[in-house]
Design a protein around this ligand. Structure first.
Ligand code: HEC
Ligand code: HEC
Length: 217
């Protein structure tokens, strides 16, 4: 009996080892590919253009891969992204490598206390990784009520994401507004979310955006 169990365990560990061999994350390749993405999404995945280019740093790898496939198939349309998402641009393991690379990028929301004697260039490098969404004024308490009642179950109570569902705090206000509108118009689709997004009025959206904008303060 024990022999059989042992044999089964040995066999399953071989199977796991083979699975691991199929893909192993190559951070250097991720960093090389990021040079291409950085032109729009910033060196640290912090995004730019006031949200014309969304923040990618810290989004779940699975989510990033799913979006790249959506751009690839045209299910999610973006002229800017379409050409970077293709199989030709990201062959083999490139898509997984860039997704893992961006998912583990950690931005700071505040400038840490640094040594007074620290060279200016070093301070600048730290400051480049500080990213805090600008406060957007509005009805924060209405935003909080809608968020905790309807969005938190999937996007997380602190809105930093849950599993492969993206976080919403730390993302540009203008970008979030555009995505909500895009779901409402049916241009971007997600079956599970439709019933929560569709009924939101313009005022409710603005209140949500105000609430989310201070989440990273
Ligand atoms: C020429 C500018 C440009 C470049 C270069 C670019 N992107 Fe984008 N990307 C955009 C724009 C614009 C959007 C927003 C699209 C929209 O509004 O739906 C976007 C959106 C995305 C999203 C969706 C984010 C989300 O929260 O859903 C992902 C993922 C993404 N880009 C990954 C990448 C990766 C990886 C690269 C490099 C291989 C890259 N992008 C290069 C312009 C660019
Ligand atoms: C049933 C789970 C669920 C609920 C509830 C939910 N969401 Fe989502 N949301 C998702 C998933 C999953 C995605 C990713 C969709 C995709 O893969 O394109 C998403 C994506 C988004 C995006 C796009 C993020 C990006 O980076 O592009 C926004 C904005 C958003 N949700 C806002 C909301 C708001 C506001 C609410 C509450 C009114 C809400 N969601 C409720 C599951 C949910």
């Amino acid at each position: 009996m024990f022999k059989i169990l042992f044999l089964l365990m040995a066999l399953s560990s071989v199977a796991f080892a083979q699975d691991d061999q199929q893909y192993s994350y190559d951070p250097e390749n991720g960093s090389d590919i990021n040079e291409l993405c950085a032109a729009c999404h910033g060196e640290f995945g912090e995004g730019g253009g006031d949200g014309e280019y969304p923040r990618l740093a810290g989004l779940p790898a699975k989510y990033l891969i799913k979006q790249m496939h959506a751009f690839r198939s045209g299910q999610r349309s973006s002229i800017a992204m379409g050409m970077y998402a293709t199989e030709r641009e990201l062959p083999g393991n490139d898509l997984q490598d860039i997704a893992n690379y961006l998912a583990e990028k950690d931005l700071m929301t505040k400038m840490p206390v640094v040594d007074e004697d620290m060279p200016a260039l070093e301070k600048l490098h730290i400051a480049q990784r500080v990213f805090n969404v600008a406060r957007f004024d509005g009805d924060f308490s209405l935003g909080e009520k809608i968020y905790s009642g309807q969005c938190a179950r999937c996007h997380g109570t602190d809105s930093s994401g849950k599993g492969s569902t993206p976080g919403l705090i730390g993302q540009y206000t203008d970008y979030l507004r555009l995505q909500i509108q895009s779901f409402q118009k049916g241009e971007r689709k997600n079956k599970r979310m439709e019933k929560y997004i569709m009924p939101l009025s313009k005022d409710e959206i603005e209140a949500l955006l105000a609430y989310l904008s201070v989440g990273d303060d």
